[in-house]
Design a protein around this ligand. Sequence first.
Ligand code: FAD
Length: 515
Amino acid sequence: MKAFHNVLIVGGGTAGWLTACYLARSLGAADSGAGGVSITLVESPEIGIIGVGEGTFPSIRSTLAAIGIDEARFVRECQATFKQGVRFNNWVRPAGAPGADHYFHPFSQPSQRQGGPELLPHWLQGTAGAGVPFAQAATMQKRVADAAHGPKRLLDADYTGPMNYAYHFDAGRFAALLAEHGRSLGVRHVQANVERVELDADGAIACVQTREHGALGADLFVDCTGFRAALIGEALGSPFRKMDDVLFVDRALAMQVPYPAPDTPIPSYTISTAHEAGWTWDIGLQQRRGIGYVYSSRHTSDERAEQVLRQYIGAAADGLTPRQLKLNIGYRDVQWVKNCVAVGLSGGFLEPLESSGIGLIETAAYLIGHLFPFNGDSAPVAAQYNRLMRERYERVVDFIKLHYCLSQRTDSAFWTDNTDPRSIPQSLRDKLAMWRCRAPHRLDFVADVEMYPTSSWQYVLYGMEFATSLHPSACHPARRQEAAAEFAMIAKLAGHALADLPPHRALVEHLCERR
Ligand code: FAD
């Protein structure tokens, strides 16, 4: 069996360059003089990257650390801001209906003192007080984010405090930063159009034929060609499992909207607002907002979608033209075929809610780096990779559908179709049935294939007003007082945090000034 020495990554978007950087760091790019595996990235100078994908999950912080990009450089060069969670407007009920009009999904875990009680069952029994949302009772992050404060102090360079966070960033600048960094790690960069993929007698990829540089060969090919999936789909025919019977949105309209003034406060969370046939994302970067409407073409027209987007943005959208994108919702069950592995949109896409796109790229790069078949025997690695990725996609589908299927909205077919049990995967229905009489617990999840922690499920579930009716003995009365004291402590600490933490924009500007 021939040892694996050369990796060719085809595509230079977030997927291509993030994978290149990760592999260069973990496998040692041969050109850097460290020995190891040689990594080449080829990208078309003509086909642009998708250029959206501005929200992330906190896993991005360890990924950036693993590839060697520090926070201040990242924030400065990518116009980045902090993301402490997602605020969901009008997901439970339409605007104007009586009841709560939003909920928050914070990235911080519920507080738990060593040996202290788990707070969720006590919250369910009303110990935190009537009407206090779980996300507010269990962590101070909601109040900090509501007040437009950043998640840490100006001096916290290597922050390890309790407030977890991710980032928002400009996708084009991120790809450029990763490209520059990847080259400095020894990744060879080739600008060329792949015109044909040639297979060998075993059906593996022999080489890709480029217009400018002829044939490029490798031991392992990584398909990062976006929705086109030139290698894994077009050449190798790995089937695409459509998920549009579960997740309905399949179009997006995106706009970049300037701030009215340079010192406009920046929210440190994504604002996701539900509408009649989908939802808008609203992301605050340093000098502009990225706003888009993701919608179902089976439930509305493109013209009506543009009206909804313009209504949401208001006068700031005048004179701006939205960019339309068609989304391929689903994934490939088999993402590693012979000597080719798909990463990014070529492997699958499950809509932008909860930033699974970049999160799944991070997982894929991590798995390839750790399972890399140095000895050339890629079949067992492929089997393991395919199982882990498939299970992860299945769980992401469940988590995203959770946001839709608990809605009480009946104001349009989009929402009633979303709560139709036939559109809800059995795996999710089983979870919901379990949680009708007990709170979700980490034991319900298999850590290695989950993208979202137990707390994310809890925040969304109870933000969507899911009803769990606990057995009266589920919380020991003796622990109720401890839980009540913990809830009071969190509220007090939130007050201190509000006094202590800087406005979000000030934190971002401070990082931009640091060299
Ligand atoms: P692309 O960016 O499309 O890159 C494809 C690359 O392949 C390009 O470099 C191109 O030149 C190259 N290429 C293609 N064909 C050839 C060829 N023949 N020869 C040579 N090169 C070729 N994810 C999140 O995590 N958070 C979000 O908030 C989020 N929002 C999104 C919103 C929308 C509307 C969409 C559509 C996606 C969103 N995503 C989000 C997903 C995210 O954008 C992608 O996962 C991410 O950008 C990775 O894209 P990619 O690198 O796979 O593909």
